[in-house]
Design a protein around this ligand. Structure first.
Ligand code: ATP
Ligand code: MG
Length: 252
């Protein structure tokens, strides 16, 4: 532990979270917090419990025990829609995009207006304008918004997935390995997008396996081991090697 002072009212806090899958204890009383305006990295070996924690923080799963607090208040997310309505959203590694659909269609997937008749055309125009402003907000250059997402590069795809989430006015964005399917140069685009969001006041928890990216992006980190927090610290002063060493040391 690095002796960091706790934030009196963190934006999001997990306390004593336990989650079992049959005999497997994925989370064993884990506690952590996300502070307002930070990008927080979750590090740890395969199977440590990182993804399970994010699924609980976004309402995809309920914990067996433990509590989640948002702005200091205990919340029980019924499902992802509930968490989303409270400003918490998640992007998984596969980005959940549909390759055959256009950029605009993907951004509004399952969120289109149900209006029929001539209004539907108007609504389409409005969606297009909104898509343009969302893409502008994530700060990335994309080809025609009518282009199928399947023809985009990895970084551009990630930017579309992020634009999709930004439209929900997320205050908290959780990212589970968003760069796993993205090339080295492309990763820069996504890193810049996340930086832009942070500048716009979004707080972020990210799981990244490339510790160079963790150093580029995060201010603080937790190392998860065996479903618990093994170490917490500031990124400043760390190198990829020292982070790897810290993660490996937790195996001892
Ligand atoms: N739906 C599930 N059913 C059964 N076991 C699960 C389920 N989800 C996770 N687990 C188990 O819980 C533990 C934690 O998994 P989790 O996916 O949270 O790890 P992780 O830290 O994200 O690992 P990775 O870095 O490999 O993605 C693992 O032992 C995993 O096999
Ligand atoms: Mg995972």
């Amino acid at each position: 532990m690095t002796g960091l002072l706790p934030d009196p009212t963190p934006l999001l806090r997990a306390e004593g979270i336990v989650k079992q899958f049959g005999p497997v204890v994925a989370l064993n009383g884990l506690s952590m917090e996300l502070r307002s305006g930070e990008v927080l990295g979750l590090l740890g070996d395969n199977g440590a419990g990182k993804s399970t924690l994010l699924k609980i923080l976004t309402g995809f799963m309920q914990p067996d025990s433990g509590t989640v607090r948002l702005d200091g208040e205990v919340v029980r997310f019924r499902d992802v829609q509930h968490a989303r309505s409270l400003g918490i959203d998640i992007i998984y590694q596969d980005l959940a995009l549909v390759d055959q659909l256009s950029i605009v269609q993907n951004i509004f997937l399952n969120r289109e207006s149900t209006t029929n008749g001539p209004l539907k055309v108007l609504r389409r125009r409005a969606m297009r304008r909104e898509a343009e402003s969302l893409i502008e907000r994530v700060g990335v250059r994309l080809p025609s918004l009518d282009q199928p997402v399947g023809s985009l590069s990895g970084g551009q795809r990630a930017a579309v997935a992020i634009a999709r989430v930004v439209q929900t006015n997320a205050r908290v964005l959780l990212l589970d390995e968003p760069l796993a399917a993205v090339g080295v140069r492309e990763a820069r685009i996504v890193i810049d997008v996340v930086r832009n969001l942070r500048a716009a006041g979004v707080s972020v928890i990210v799981i990244l396996h490339n510790y160079g990216h963790v150093i580029d992006l995060c201010e603080r980190f937790y190392i998860v081991r065996g479903g618990e927090i093994a170490e917490e610290g500031r990124i400043a002063g760390h190198t990829s090697e020292s982070l790897i060493a810290a993660v490996l040391a937790t195996r001892l």
